[in-house]
Write a new protein. Structure first.
Length: 119
């Protein structure tokens, strides 16, 4: 099990599976927030918070929403807005205790240009 939270702990999450790898994306938003993503099926991720504690952000084709704690400003997860794609989401592994991510490979994804993994 993979547990994490924003800095103030108002937004918590659990990833019910251990990811095979983590993804560091260089798209304009992921680069700016410094996220490293652990992807899973929506059914394998539990988000615990008061809905009013979150704000969300979409841009471009508005296919996903990034969720951020209103209090401490940490981006904790993203979720697809397309109902056909909504089975996938990701949590920000930077919000997880470092000991729990140690040894999990981080793959580099070129979200800025080619949309392929660079490794």
């Amino acid at each position: 099990m993979f547990k994490g939270s924003c800095h103030c702990e108002k937004v918590k999450f659990e990833l019910l599976v251990t990811p095979n790898h983590l993804t560091e994306c260089n798209c304009s938003i992921c680069y700016r927030i410094g996220a490293i993503w652990a992807h899973a099926a929506e059914s394998e991720i539990l988000i615990s918070c008061v809905e009013n504690d979150l704000t969300n952000y979409s841009w471009g084709d508005k296919s996903i929403k990034f969720f951020t704690c209103k209090t401490c400003g940490c981006t904790t997860h993203w979720k697809s807005v397309d109902t056909e794609q909504s089975a996938r989401m990701a949590v920000n592994a930077r919000m997880v205790d470092r000991a729990n991510t140690k040894g999990i490979k981080v793959r580099q994804f070129d979200g800025a240009d080619s949309f392929v993994f660079l490794d």
